[in-house]
Design a protein around this ligand. Structure first.
Ligand code: 6MZ
Length: 377
């Protein structure tokens, strides 16, 4: 390797490490899309030993790189076969939190679709109990799940960044849950999910998401549940424009949720409307490029929104499925769009203002960034 290539490699390594050290806020992470490959393979092996699947076939699918949007949704069906029992749901939740905390995510909103599964004796409620149980079993880091944590928590704000980034036992992470309505669901099932969110609001559940295969279902089916959530004062985020469904994109923008995910396939009028709305956008670079929502990293709409000073927050979407991490998404923004450390820091810090958690959490997070600024900017 010549000296120039060597220097470039060193620079990349230094920048990647900096992106890991940066405190980060993750607002768009689907639980089942964020499962480690190693865990999926282990689960697949167990099912294969029971003769329920053919391990080699499943391994090929899990380890494949590059997937179309429709392949992703077929893969989720496989993931759900592997993960949908109470113990496994608790396990993957624990691991996902540990993985985000390990790369200095200080606030994490995990979204997941509560599932009924009669064969496993699972109801939406028992599924969520398993998720919450998983959060409570995290040992590697301290999980701040309830607002009651706040009264006693002086640690997150008083721990120096060097320690937040170093000894994992000292790490703290705020975790909140969003309940996803799957586009395959009926109006009644979607209403059940909203009511469950309300029931679990003291257990870390703070919002509603609409997601699922964007070519399936009709906006009118979910609207009553979303309206209900709005009436109850539950914050809402909606997957918008993963495909060019003009009617639905208009309806979503008119609905005015607290946040939007993706916003890939908007036309000029919709862009104007989005920008004047100032609704924060959860940007998922790798996901959008892999599934074809954006033609390339260079041509991703992040640049347009960022230059227009539209509120945006970098997110992973499905870190397991797309083999990415939040630190990697920050690195991609630096390497693709030329943002420097000060700009990346600002981007990470700005995301604090878009969290669904209340003012006390925001206040703590602002402190975390204030402390980190001295070391990282
Ligand atoms: C839309 C997505 C998604 O809920 O089982 N999901 N929905 N667009 C995407 N972009 C690629 N990625 C994930 O996590 C998996 C579920 O999240 C939604 C899908 O409904 C998927 O089944 P949970 O934890």
């Amino acid at each position: 390797m010549d000296a120039e290539a060597e220097a470039a490699k060193e620079k990349e390594k230094e920048m990647r490490e900096w992106c890991v050290a940066l405190p980060k806020v993750e607002l768009h992470a689907h639980l089942n899309g964020s499962v480690r490959d190693s865990t999926l393979l282990e689960l697949a092996k167990q099912l294969s030993d029971k003769g329920l699947i053919v391990f080699e076939d499943v391994k090929g699918v899990i380890m494949k790189n590059g997937r179309s949007l429709q392949e992703c949704f077929r893969l989720f069906e496989l993931y759900h076969i592997l993960t949908t029992d109470h113990d496994t749901v608790a396990r993957i939740t624990k691991e996902v939190v540990e993985d985000f905390a390990a790369e200095n995510v200080v606030y994490l909103e995990i979204r997941t679709t509560p599932k009924n599964n009669e064969a496993k004796g699972m109801t939406k409620r028992s599924y969520m109990n398993a998720v919450i149980k998983g959060l409570k079993t995290v040992e590697a880091v301290e999980v701040m799940l309830f607002d009651s944590n706040l009264r006693t928590d002086k640690t997150l704000t008083s721990t120096p960044m060097s320690e937040l980034g170093g000894d994992t036992r000292k790490k703290k992470i705020y975790v909140r849950l969003l309940l996803s309505i799957d586009r395959r669901e009926t109006t009644l099932a979607a209403l059940d999910t909203v009511n469950l969110a309300m029931e679990l609001k003291d257990q870390g559940v703070i919002g509603i998401d609409l997601s699922g295969n964007p070519v399936v279902g009709e906006w009118e089916t979910y609207l009553p549940a979303l309206e209900h959530a709005k009436e109850l004062g539950i914050p809402i985020t909606i997957h918008c424009g993963e495909v060019a469904n003009r009617k639905e994109i208009q309806a979503v923008l008119d609905f005015c949720p607290q946040r939007l995910g993706h916003v890939c396939c908007l036309n000029d009028d919709e862009w104007k409307k989005l920008k004047s709305s100032m609704i924060p956008v959860e940007i998922c670079l790798t996901s959008n490029v892999m599934t074809g929502g954006a033609p390339s990293l260079e041509l991703h709409h992040f640049a347009d929104l960022y230059n227009a000073k539209h509120p945006v927050s970098l997110c992973t979407d499905d870190s397991g499925l797309f083999s990415t991490s939040l630190s990697n998404e920050y690195y991609l923004v630096a390497s693709t769009f030329g943002l420097g450390k000060a700009e990346l820091f600002q981007l990470a810090q700005d995301a604090v203002e878009f969290v669904f958690a209340g003012d006390e959490v925001k206040k703590s997070l602002r402190e975390v960034f204030k402390r980190a600024e001295k070391e990282l900017k």
